[in-house]
Design a protein around this ligand. Sequence first.
Ligand code: C2E
Ligand code: MG
Ligand code: MG
Ligand code: MG
Length: 286
Amino acid sequence: RAKAKGKACHEIFAPTMHLSALKELHLESDLRQAIQRKELVVYYQPIFRLDTQQIIGAEALVRWHPPGKSLIPPNDFIPIAEETGLIIDIDRWVLQCACQQLHQWQKEFKDLAPHFISVNLSPKQFSDPYLTNTITEIISATELPKEYLKLEITETVFLKNSNTVLEILSQLQQLNIQICLDDFGTGYSSLSYLHRFPLNSLKIDRSFVSHLGQTTKNDAIVRIVGSLANELELELIAEGIEESYQIEALNHLGYQWGQGYYFSPPIDDQAFSLLLKKNRIYTPNK
Ligand code: C2E
Ligand code: MG
Ligand code: MG
Ligand code: MG
């Protein structure tokens, strides 16, 4: 009886399981090839000073562009890249492109170039005890001064091997590399890591920005994160700014910097160069 039941289950579930496993297998081998065939591209989203609305920095965001097809967003392939370990190479490649690019913009545009570049780092990177060396080698090869690099990490890195993470982050900070806590307020928020781990900036999550002015509770959280960052002398970045009233509100609450579709979506390196050329002071066309 149990056997029959087991068989029935097998028959019912096997086809779908088979399909998704197959799909994943394809995605994995496609992604492997994509890396070799250089189908990945780095887009850059400008980060603005909220008071003067001038470009202050940029965040590097990876995309996958299979020939003849449209861009695949990172959320569609980063999870599988993390599962398979491919993320290690992807992140390193993005880091190299981003450092090279900023160095080039600074040579070309001097003071008008972004002052820093932010690169996202998967939590998986922290299983590599030599991470600091790898990062140092990549930056040195691009000749970018180390203080212009911000590495964005999320709260999940603090959950595992926190001693190793602490050591790596301390090494990075001794090298003058900046650490930014991304998506702040949505992860496994515990305030204790704000003093336990060396951090330079907080990036408050888009969800808080998009709800600005909608509930007093949300606005209180945004305000308190603002004072927390100011008291702890952390730089503060707001992500997901889509409306001008959000800039005013954030400015008022002591937020220095922000990024979002209101200013610009992530764009490729050429479009970004054009933006720098065009704009001594950037005025969004809205
Ligand atoms: P993230 O680091 O939090 O990046 C911000 C995401 O918000 C980006 O999505 C960006 O395009 C989007 N965004 C920016 N402004 C707005 C806005 O005004 N409204 C809305 N709705 N969205 C906005 P994207 O580029 O699709 O990246 C998604 C996530 O993928 C990133 O979130 C990051 O966690 C991950 N990711 C991207 N590139 C890399 C990479 O090179 N390495 C790693 N490990 N992760 C990456
Ligand atoms: Mg980020
Ligand atoms: Mg973010
Ligand atoms: Mg986010």
